[in-house]
Design a protein around this ligand. Sequence first.
Ligand code: F6R
Length: 250
Amino acid sequence: MLAQPEYQPQIITLEDPEKVAYFVVTQIIALVNRKANAVMTIPTGKTPERAYELLVEAVRKGEVDFDKVILRMLDEYQWLKRNDPRTFQNQLRKLLINPIHFPNIQFQTINSYPETDSPKEADRYEKLISATPSDIVILGIGQNGHIGFNEPLSPFDSRTRVVQLSDNTLAANKKDIQRHGQYTPEYAITQGIGNILEADRIVMMATGESKADIIRQALKGEINTDVPASALRTRQNVLFVLDSAAASQL
Ligand code: F6R
């Protein structure tokens, strides 16, 4: 890989997941209060769930106004029916979109069961989002270092595309996506690392001991495609918000 500049992300370590969620929500509120029409890419997964609850409370209390915000999905499984509760879109609708009555037209979604085919859906989404890079991307991290569903060996300049989920990711997701012997998605569409890196600001959330080793690799190991999250050190304005367990190997 070509030599590239290396930056040190800002790292904030807090006591527990509750404080991490609270801190990230204050970042989101500050952004939207500064820029009412902010474009935000948001993840699914367990890590941000509490933050979404807190954000719903903040909107209900009038602490922030989401009327002009654009929310955009980071990734989505493929070949799950639209009404399947396991789709990331349905999870986000349940946790955040519906409770704040967020306008559909401002929610940029990836179809889990595209009318055409998945590569066409990925191209459609790429065209939609590349015109206006995100003001902020909120991320979680996989135990293999994935960001979005950019699995190890994803190029740092990759764009929105169809990806095959790694065995590691399938194993980590098993509890959530393999309920009742249902079909387990093996493919997803994800924003590429290139899409993520062109955002104005990136906030990585990680909590729990199971993330400690990969957080150490992402922040202290070599910058290369073996650990996709290490790409975050190739640009400025990146914030890692960790609880003490996830930061325990730093
Ligand atoms: C989800 C996503 C994934 C998750 C990661 C961590 O939209 O893009 O990269 O952020 O797998 O998942 P949790 O938070 O469940 O540990």
